[in-house]
Write a protein that binds this ligand. Structure first.
Ligand SMILES: [Ca+2]
Ligand SMILES: [Ca+2]
Ligand SMILES: [Ca+2]
Ligand SMILES: [Ca+2]
Length: 435
């Protein structure tokens, strides 16, 4: 957690909320709360040598390769849901408040891998002769869920079960399939951009290198059917509760619901049984999970539970606060736009715009200053589904967009770094619903 610095006299950060109401959709009359299980509408084993069968197989294993000619997260499992039957589409991502997003995945093979419900640092994957290597403190490897990024011109809409994995090079090449898959497990980097995590362990390949970085899964699978370190029996169901406390993850899910098309990728750095010449890490005997796909007739297949509130546009008491938002936070329509029941200085209207909680004084858009002031750095907490813009003024009358970049140094935190050393002036953070 970053501490707040007091504002220097010449560099005052003002708080404001932008009241440009985006009437992106008219969805009044639809029940606001949703709590439903959606069946998987597409899934595909993402493995370079699936040769066209990835979309229709009954089983999708996930495992790693430490052969540097391949992605380290070699075999991934793509899952997709058409969510329009569960949640109305078309509104701003700010209008989807999730309380639970839980992927359920049945195990399709008996006792092929050890249960590990906690994160393993990347250093535990380094070869035994690497001095930076850490021993794996708990047996087994966690099964992780990430978002999905696309390349090769594909999008969540156009990438289908029948779409190609991506180019697979010649077997004689030392980059047979690395960094090329058309759909990949992805996380947000500190610039808020979805990046491929397939090779975060770092490979030692003369023609393809990347610096190692730690991957932070959006969820790690848990089951009640095995104790940590034990083999997992067939038909165990793994539950993955997505980290809704991360505004970027929550925002990804909210945008997916707005589009009616949710995509997630399951991945695990489970060892596969293969020779790993020159690899950076451990190959060893195969010990990897195999998941039931929606084509598997022996199980219920994968599904997702979605619970939350869709905030429609209806405002029957005409106070500027959507009915659904008032009921979500107050249980009735008695709140007023100007009210400030939590006495945090932000009116209910401002809290609605900023996505903060109107009954929690700790939840408020408050801007702090860090660094020496050159360039200016503004820090503030971010909320899901919001767009933030920084403006600067010399007279508190005329405001113009300030040159700089928005970064996300820690979960839930934004740091805006000014693009010029100019610090004199007033700055404000303008928040609006994400388009
Ligand atoms: Ca482990
Ligand atoms: Ca109202
Ligand atoms: Ca308030
Ligand atoms: Ca508040």
């Amino acid at each position: 957690m970053t501490g707040w610095s007091p504002c220097p006299a010449l560099f005052r950060a003002a708080r404001t909320a932008w009241l440009a109401l985006g009437l992106a959709a008219s969805l009044s009359g639809v029940a606001a709360d949703f709590n439903a299980t959606a069946p998987t509408s597409m899934d595909k084993w993402m493995y370079p040598f699936e040769f066209g069968t990835g979309g229709t197989r009954p089983v999708a294993p996930t495992f790693a390769s430490f052969d540097p000619r391949f992605d380290t997260r070699d075999a991934e499992f793509l899952l997709g849901w058409d969510t329009a039957t569960v949640v109305p589409t078309g509104a701003s991502p700010a209008r989807y408040v999730l309380r639970r997003a839980r992927l359920l995945l049945p195990v399709a093979a008996d006792r092929t891998f050890l249960y590990d419900p906690t994160h393993d640092p990347i250093r535990t994957h380094l070869p035994t002769n690497n001095p930076a290597r850490l021993p794996d403190a708990d047996a087994g490897r966690p099964v992780e869920v990430f978002g999905v990024g696309f390349r090769g011109g594909f999008t969540a809409e156009t990438y289908l079960e029948s779409s190609s994995f991506g180019p697979v090079g010649a077997f004689t090449s030392n980059t047979i399939s690395i960094g090329t898959r058309n759909a990949f497990a992805a996380q947000f980097d500190t610039n808020g951009v979805l990046v491929d995590v397939a090779n975060h362990v770092g490979q030692l390949n003369a023609n393809w290198t990347n610096a190692p970085f730690e991957a932070a899964a959006w969820a790690i699978g848990t089951t009640t059917n095995a104790a940590p370190g034990e083999f997992v029996p067939i038909d165990s169901v793994f539950a993955f509760d997505l980290d809704l406390s991360d505004p970027l993850v929550h925002g990804y899910l909210a945008r997916s619901l707005s589009e009616g098309r949710l995509r997630l990728m399951v991945s695990s750095l489970s060892p596969a049984q293969q020779i790993t010449p020159g690899g950076t890490g451990l190959g060893g005997l195969g010990s990897y999970p195999q998941w039931s796909t929606r084509e598997n007739l022996l199980t219920a297949g994968p599904s997702i539970e979605l619970e939350g509130t869709h905030i429609g546009t209806a405002d029957t008491d005409a106070d500027g606060l959507p009915d659904d938002w008032e009921r979500l936070h107050f249980g009735n329509l008695d709140a007023t736009a100007a009210g400030d029941p939590d006495a945090d200085g932000a009116s209910n209207s401002v809290e609605f715009q900023a996505g903060t909680a109107p009954r929690s004084a700790d939840s408020v858009l408050r801007v702090g200053v860090s660094g020496g002031g050159s360039p200016p750095v503004l820090e503030f907490a971010v909320m899901p589904g919001r767009a933030y813009r920084i403006e600067r003024s010399l007279d508190l009358a005329t405001w113009t967009g300030a040159a700089g970049r928005l970064t996300y140094p820690a979960k839930g935190r934004a740091a805006w770094i000014g693009g010029t050393p100019e610090v004199t002036g007033f700055y404000r953070v303008v928040v609006s619903e994400a388009p």
